[in-house]
Design a protein around this ligand. Sequence first.
Ligand code: 13P
Ligand code: SF4
Length: 314
Amino acid sequence: MNDKELQKEIVYLKNKQNVTILAHYYQSIEIQNIADYLGGSLELSKIAKEESDSEYIIFAGVDFMAETASILNQDKRVLLPNPESCCPMAAYLDAEMVREYKKTHPGLPVVTYVNSTAEVKAESDVCCTSANAVRVVKRIAKEFDVNSVLFGPDSNLADYAEQKSGIKCIKMPEEGHCYVHSQISVDDFKRSRDLIKDGLVLVHPECIREVRELADFVGSTAQMYDRVKNSKIEEDNFIIGTEEGLIKRIAEDFPDKHIYPIREKLICYNMKKHTLELIKYVLENLDDPMFEVKVPSEIAEKAIFPLKKMLQIS
Ligand code: 13P
Ligand code: SF4
């Protein structure tokens, strides 16, 4: 089957069985185009919480996104088309490490990026995404009446949240990072700006500080999308510093703008493990336990609090 035929079959099967498909912007355009909801982590977790119509959610994203959907919507079956699609950043921090940080920093709240395991979330006071990290840090520091928080696992997002909030974000651990965004260098910035002189540079907060400080705009995937969507008529050229799935989406949705990647081949191979063939297969085998993402109830019961707190703050 070619892509068009696969897409047609997927839409038929999901409608017939009342399945909802959520997809992150870093999926291939072919998968993005068959999703019921497409978005960044924050929007997708809100949808996962509110989604009430269907018994099954197929999540075309990485494992922490599917786990979050399952924790927030425990009466749904959440399915990950490729069970190996995980975010390597989450592996920088485990629950035991968080317990140690808490012991050495008593009284400080724990803020964890949603790109973390369910066990880590269960040890946290509040979660955040790249879209709301600054607001979450400010709010939780005020609530605990402190000037520092523990923050993990992304050290670049911790640094960004600290710069913007004025609250010290102690990194759990120092070295946590995203292998896709941390490739973007000052040289990439300079090279692309030399080529497109009036190009507005939009980057993700997972980029290193030196790149963020040169950029015209720093934001989550959805915030970058909205920045282009709401741009002034004379803002023609955009240089985007994130995974290519979002860059392709923006280029397709706003054909009157010129969209350039800050660097070629910014690919999250973990996100790209899902395929149309796999999604079709899952739709034909909805009850195959291989695809179901289920967080053990004793973990889910704890992890739901920091997630709900994040959603209240957002
Ligand atoms: P957003 O929260 O901006 O959608 O990004 C998720 C992610 O994994 C970034 O690498
Ligand atoms: Fe994880 Fe980076 Fe991929 Fe996002 S882009 S899912 S942070 S590895």
